[in-house]
Ligand binder design. Structure first.
Ligand code: MN
Ligand code: MN
Length: 283
């Protein structure tokens, strides 16, 4: 039997939650290796309890299916091909709740494209980086351009949380078009609850897709990532955000975990976020 996420052993038909991996890291700019993350997150999930006491929630009582990975790096080709695979996979899931395990962040462009056809949906985007370049090293589908492409697909219905790294051009362009992001310093000064409430007010949508670039969290907590950036969010702040969103959530991804850069803890955090997303958003 193929490796699957712990307790994700229900069949596809009867499951609302569907996990799949996208082991692609073709545009990574600094440290490669996020292609190994989907299976490392699955392995890490077996170290966690099947019960979350703070939610009084047992994973034995919810139906979760793990589809496995939707391709291999050899099969994937370039980022544009991968984004198309993600897009068609998400369309095939229809009203199910996708949980996508990256891979690098460029795969989220496929999610934004799939969400564009739904009404009343916005994206929250946890990331250290603005990811707001129009293109990077000649590639408009690079992991440095994800928020920019999502902004286009979602007609502005996206807000980034935890940003602390951006080029001057990204800042100038974001200001020009009125794109709002919240920095990790906003979280320190105002607290997570005030920030998330304001973000939801600005988005003004009923349903949220959450993209978690693991580098949004401080590298002292989550060292296993390709482009670490200090002064970040804490894992507990991200947990609080997930719990606050609750059933507003309709899908999520966890990307940019890089097992070769990790001591193992970052994959465990990724697995714990998968659990949290399910526990918080079960209908
Ligand atoms: Mn990113
Ligand atoms: Mn990032």
């Amino acid at each position: 039997m193929l490796l699957h996420f712990a307790d994700a052993d229900s069949d596809f038909e009867s499951s609302y939650f569907v996990i799949f991996g996208v082991p692609f890291d073709g545009t990574s700019s600094y440290r490669h290796g996020s292609k190994f993350a989907p299976d490392e997150i699955r392995k890490a999930s077996y170290n966690l309890e099947s019960y979350l006491p703070e939610h009084d929630f047992s994973f034995r009582n919810v139906k979760v299916h793990d589809m496995g990975n939707i391709g291999t790096l050899d099969e994937f080709g370039n980022a544009e091909d991968v984004i198309e695979s993600v897009y068609s996979t998400l369309l095939s899931l229809e009203e199910k709740f996708p949980i996508m395990l990256g891979g690098e962040h460029s795969i989220t462009i496929g999610a934004a494209k799939a969400l564009a056809s739904k009404s009343n949906v916005g994206m929250l985007f946890i990331d250290a980086h603005a990811d707001f370049r129009d293109s990077y090293l000649g590639n408009r589908y690079s992991h440095a351009c994800v928020a920019r492409r999502a902004y286009e697909y979602l007609k502005g219905k996206i807000i980034s949380l935890g940003v602390r790294s951006a080029s001057e051009d990204e800042v100038i362009f974001a200001r020009k078009i009125g794109y709002k992001w919240f920095t990790s310093y906003d979280f320190r000064e105002r607290g997570w609850e005030e920030v998330i409430k304001e973000a939801l007010e600005i988005l003004d949508v009923e349903k949220i897709y959450l993209s978690i670039d693991i580098d949004g969290i401080d590298p002292s907590f989550a060292p296993g990532t390709g482009t670490p950036e200090y002064f970040g969010l804490t894992p507990l702040e991200v947990k609080n955000i997930i719990d606050f969103l609750g059933p507003k959530l309709i899908g999520a991804d966890i990307v940019e975990i890089c097992p070769p850069c990790d001591n193992g803890n970052t994959s465990i955090l990724g697995a714990r976020f998968v659990q949290e997303i399910i526990a918080a958003s079960v209908p």
